[in-house]
Structures are given as structure tokens and as C-alpha cells.
Design a protein around this ligand. Structure first.
Ligand code: SAM
Length: 258
């Protein structure tokens, strides 16, 4: 069993330049953004705080869809990429280094933390973050976030999370092998990663990594939100279909500041 200590994967720091290549593909990002758009438009949202924006998967997607989005993230490395993209795309977005647990940016119609971002927080820090999200929302503002569903993490589901991929960028080949393990007692999902970076003429570099995410059941999330002055409006499969409490792997929760 792993150390069970939360932490960040190497793709947020040492290997940040490969984050986009090694994380979700553009189709998945677009699909998620379309569903988030569907929710935000239903509630007439105009301004959005992306509190864990990383390299900008939602930040730029939602900006293009017409929202006024501000991006915040803890990783200066990923923010560097986000800022470079905003220059290239000529999209005027505010991008700030900050922490979902304490940064105050303003009063937004909605706040989002997408792609299991809250899994990097301890349960106590998640509650601190929810209270801070509350402070960054207008009255009745929305909090939209996704996280793996602990109830759905059967042995088969854990096996299905495994990855063995090769990606190529310029003259660099990257092999990424990942396996996961779940501690069902405390809801901690540990990922063991091995990256092999092959650059032309250089010796291949092998980097091993281990990080843990705190994951939740749908019911647990509802309880946490309610005791921190949010009303839960809905919980879904990340692609928009109905949440199956024992089966849905990636669940998206929509809550309203009350
Ligand atoms: C899996 S990435 C998701 C990034 C982006 N939303 C996406 O879909 O690609 C999780 C992000 O959460 C950020 N993060 C983790 N803890 C944070 C904190 N306390 N405050 C702000 N950002 C945080 C990480 O730096 C990382 O960019």
C-alpha cells in the first residue's frame, strides 16, 4: 500500500511541459466544456472563476463560448503554459497564481474546479476551499466540480484506470505507464507512474512518481456542501448523463451558494 499522502504529480512541476500531451485529449475536454456550458447557461452565468485552471482546458474553452473567465492555479509551471496559450490564442483572460483554499479574487456567478482537482486537498482543506469558494461567489452563485466516485472504485474500475501510452512531440518520445490502488477505508486513490523520456541523441530518462488523490462518495459530497452553506442542485456523470451512485466513475456536482 502506498504512502497515502496527498501530493502533486510530476506533470504539475518537473514535467509540466508535457501536461497537455499526457492529460485528457481535446475531445474529452470539449465534451466536458459542453456539459459545463449547458449548466452555466441554464443559470444565466456570465462570469466564471476557474480556481484550478492548470494550462487552461476550461479557461479557454469557456472563454471561447462567451463567458468572462478568470483563471487561478497553484502551479506556476502550468500557469506559465496557460499564459503563453492566452498570448497565442489572443484571448484576453486574467490568470493569477493562487490557492483555492484562501485566494479572494471577486464575486463571480460561478466557480469551477475541474478534472479531479479537489482530490489534491485533504478533506479538511476541501472544506476550507468550499468556504473560500463561497466568498468568491455572488449570492446564489454556482460551484461546479468533478471528482472520482469512491463507491464506483471496484477492483475492475481500478484496473481500467491503468494506462500505458506513448506520445511523441518533436524529437521526443514519452512513455507513460500508470497503475492505481485504492484504500477504501479512507478514500485515497494512489497512482504509481513511470515516465520514460527519450530525446534524440540523449540517454533515455526514467522518472518514477507516486501521488494520492482524496476521493468521495456522492452522498459524502452532498453532506459536506450542505454543512458549508451550499444547496446541491444536481450530481451527474461528467458527460451529462444520470449519476449512478454505485457505478459512475467521474461525477460532476453542481451546487448553489445559499
Ligand atoms: C488535474 S489538474 C486540472 C487542471 C485543469 N482544470 C484541467 O482540466 O486540465 C488539477 C489542478 O489543480 C491545481 N491545484 C491543486 N491544488 C490547488 C490549490 N490548492 N489551489 C489552486 N489550484 C490547485 C493543480 O495545480 C492543477 O493545475
Amino acid at each position: 500500500m502506498g504512502k497515502n499522502k496527498l501530493g502533486f504529480p510530476l506533470t504539475y512541476n518537473k514535467l509540466y511541459e508535457y501536461y497537455d500531451l499526457l492529460s485528457a485529449n481535446q475531445d474529452e475536454i470539449d465534451r466536458k466544456n459542453r456539459f459545463i456550458d449547458k449548466i452555466l447557461s441554464q443559470y444565466k452565468v456570465k462570469t466564471v472563476l476557474d480556481f484550478t485552471c492548470g494550462t487552461g482546458a476550461q479557461l479557454f474553452g469557456l472563454t471561447k463560448l462567451g463567458y468572462q473567465v478568470t483563471g487561478v492555479d497553484l502551479s506556476p509551471f502550468l500557469l506559465k503554459i496557460a499564459k503563453e496559450k492566452s498570448r497565442q490564442k489572443k484571448l484576453e483572460v486574467e490568470i493569477i497564481e493562487g490557492d483555492v483554499r484562501e485566494t479572494q479574487v471577486g464575486s463571480f456567478d460561478a466557480t469551477i474546479t475541474i478534472f479531479n482537482a479537489i482530490g489534491h486537498l485533504t478533506k479538511t482543506d476541501f472544506e476550507t476551499s468550499i468556504r473560500n469558494v463561497h466568498k468568491n461567489l455572488v449570492n446564489g452563485g454556482l460551484y461546479v466540480f468533478d471528482i472520482f466516485n469512491l463507491n464506483a472504485m471496484t477492483d475492475d474500475a481500478i484496473k481500467n484506470l491503468a494506462m500505458d501510452v506513448k506520445v511523441i512531440t518533436g524529437n521526443t518520445k514519452i512513455y507513460h505507464n500508470q497503475n492505481s490502488e485504492i484504500n477504501r477505508e479512507n478514500g485515497r486513490l494512489t497512482s504509481y507512474d513511470c515516465f520514460t523520456i527519450e530525446k534524440e541523441y540523449d540517454e533515455p530518462k526514467v522518472l518514477k512518481d507516486e501521488f494520492t488523490l482524496q476521493i468521495y462518495t456522492a452522498k459524502e459530497l452532498r453532506k459536506i456542501l450542505v454543512r458549508n452553506r451550499f444547496e446541491v442542485l444536481g450530481q451527474y456523470e461528467i458527460n451529462g448523463s444520470k449519476l449512478l451512485e454505485q457505478e459512475t466513475i467521474n461525477m460532476l456536482t453542481v451546487a448553489k451558494r445559499s
